[in-house]
Write a protein that binds this ligand. Sequence first.
Ligand code: PEP
Length: 251
Amino acid sequence: MTYKYEYFIANWKMFGDFSSLKIINSVNNYINKIKSRKNKVIFCVPSTLVGHFSNRLKKSKIIIGAQNCHYLNEYGPHTGSINSKMIKSAGAKYVILGHSENRADGDTDNIINNKIKSAIKNNLVVIFCIGETLKQRKQKLTNKILSLQIDKGLKLVKNLKKIIISYEPIWSIGTGIIPAHKELTETISFIRNKLNKKFKKKHSVKIIYGGSVNAKNVRKLIAIQDISGFLIGGASQSGKKFIDIIKNCYM
Ligand code: PEP
């Protein structure tokens, strides 16, 4: 068995309380049976759960991440906000940034760029989401949009070891629709070429895919070259569905 699919990342969004630890425990029981040191199973949970889950899962293979953070590094008068230093000290190792739901709530490319720089400074790995709307895809603007999101989001970012790019077409998130094989192959290859050109050398930034991944369609998705794993929203809120996705990558 080869373990090409390194990352299985859960994006719980606005879901979960302390009792939801049982979902993660069931996934942990399953991955303990897999003989791979390469797989990384990461649960990006609401900030209210980061500290508690990190403590409870300290001795497990599960990694806890957060779903967003403020762009400022220092403490300050920002009621209700949490910065990367705070999520890091609560136990998060990863953070999702640039998610389309946060972009829709007002995160600009510039804000995302500052969040990314702050997260890297605090030694977090960033799951940097990029993706186009359906209208943009129909207008053949996908590559232009992705290129701009990469240029602006990664402006002055040097430490690429701390970046995972998550390609998430917005029209695929929560809709049950995934891109066609050709479409996805072309887009992933565009992102790879863009990164190679931008950073002027071949490097090993991982690219993952997110958008309506489930146990059934993951069999199609694993046929795509250069995808190192998946960002999984809805299906990650069920231990069984999440485990079935991992299982189906290796059958
Ligand atoms: C997401 O929102 O990051 C995501 C991938 O969601 P879903 O799997 O539910 O489409």
